[in-house]
Design a protein around this ligand. Structure first.
Ligand code: PLP
Ligand code: COI
Length: 341
């Protein structure tokens, strides 16, 4: 199979239409078999549930070319499981996780020409999503749904790749204490749009959100969880019931303890103690691990000793090990890598 003629090393995190996408329709209480299609457009009724009451959730994962030339995905079963939870949280019928994993494989295989080559620094981003399809005008769930998966080749989420970023403590909240922060509902991202545009205008790369109830604890950023490293090399990640359970973060906790022998701790992290950490990073499928050089809290700068030029040493080790596992350079824990072809 011939790869598309794309300047892989210089693509950013944007949408580039690929050849095939997967579509399945839920009607009369059941999902149909689903199929690949070349049609990237969707025709919807003006009163569709997704358009009126934002009944939609999504996932994000990547396909990689490994060192030995296979195309693989990373822990897609966990994305399937999380999407089932998101669907339940929005009163949508779950698309079964086993079918999710099969459909991901199908759509990646069909778009193999768009999977960036090994070593290019790019990957194929996979976007599964579902939405209320038929009309609703009273506030209630739709009765028909569409589940789709498209793919797009992507480079780094933050311009500058592995260069440390600056994030600010946001005055806006992302998720309510007993709301939808723990599921991947489109509405959480709609909530963050004003905050991110405002942050960019003021020269920051991302927002870090605090727990809305007490505004004393670190939650996560708009599109990634956070990790910290203490001065004595312990990995600390914020625990909260209103953040997205990041698959990257859960994998990093395992990598840090089982591959790197680090002590790890998942616990509440207070804004007050952030100044004492040695390193900080964002973690997620899109963000991979993006080092944070500085957190700005209302004019007060919290500068990590790792600086603004490069990743801290512990973050670098975690990054190398995690991406080494994803690209087939380091042996993965059982079940983490799904080979597509
Ligand atoms: N938190 C938010 C708000 C996200 O959008 C994402 C991205 O998916 C993550 C965390 C990271 O999750 P994962 O590592 O599963 O991609
Ligand atoms: C992902 O990492 O997959 C996400 O969904 C985050 C989004 C900000 C692109």
């Amino acid at each position: 199979m011939e790869k598309k003629n794309i300047d892989w090393a210089n693509i950013g995190f944007g949408y580039m239409q690929t050849d095939y996408r997967f579509v399945s329709q839920y009607k009369n209480g059941a999902w149909d078999e689903g199929a690949l299609t070349t049609d990237a457009n969707i025709v919807l009724n003006e009163c569709a549930g997704v358009l009126q009451y934002a009944q939609t959730c999504f996932e994000g994962l990547k396909a990689y070319t490994t060192e030995d030339g296979h195309i693989v995905t990373f822990r897609p079963d966990l994305n399937g499981e999380r999407m089932e939870n998101s669907a339940r949280g929005l009163e949508m019928p779950a698309f079964p996780k086993e079918r999710f994993v099969e459909a991901v494989a199908k759509v990646v295989e069909a778009n193999a020409a768009y999977v960036p080559p090994y070593g290019s620094g790019a990957s194929l981003y996979i976007r599964p999503y579902m939405f209320g399809f038929d009309s609703v005008i009273g506030v209630k769930p739709a009765s028909e749904y569409q589940f789709r998966i498209f793919t797009t080749p992507v480079g780094p989420y933050f311009k500058g790749g592995a260069k440390p970023i600056t994030i600010r403590v946001s005055d806006f909240d992302r998720a309510a204490p007993h709301g939808t922060g723990h599921i991947k509902a489109g509405l959480n991202y709609a909530m963050s749009l004003h905050a991110i545009v405002d942050a960019h205008k003021k020269g920051f790369d991302e927002n870090v959100y605090l727990d809305p109830q007490t505004r004393t604890k670190i939650e996560e950023t708009g599109g990634a969880n956070l990790i910290f490293v203490t001065k004595d090399n312990k990995l600390v990640t914020p625990k909260s019931s209103s953040i997205l359970p990041s698959i990257t973060r859960r994998s990093i906790l395992h990598v840090a303890s089982e591959y790197l022998g680090m002590e790890t701790e998942e616990r509440e992290v207070f804004l007050d103690e952030v100044k004492d950490f040695a390193e900080c990073g964002l973690c997620g499928t899109a963000a991979v691990i993006s080092p944070v050089g500085k957190i700005v809290d209302h004019g007060k700068e919290i500068c990590f000793p790792s600086g603004m030029e490069q990743m801290g040493p512990a973050t670098q080790k975690i990054y190398d090990t995690l991406t080494g596992i994803q690209m087939g350079k380091i042996k993965a824990p059982e079940g983490w890598i799904k080979v597509i072809k």
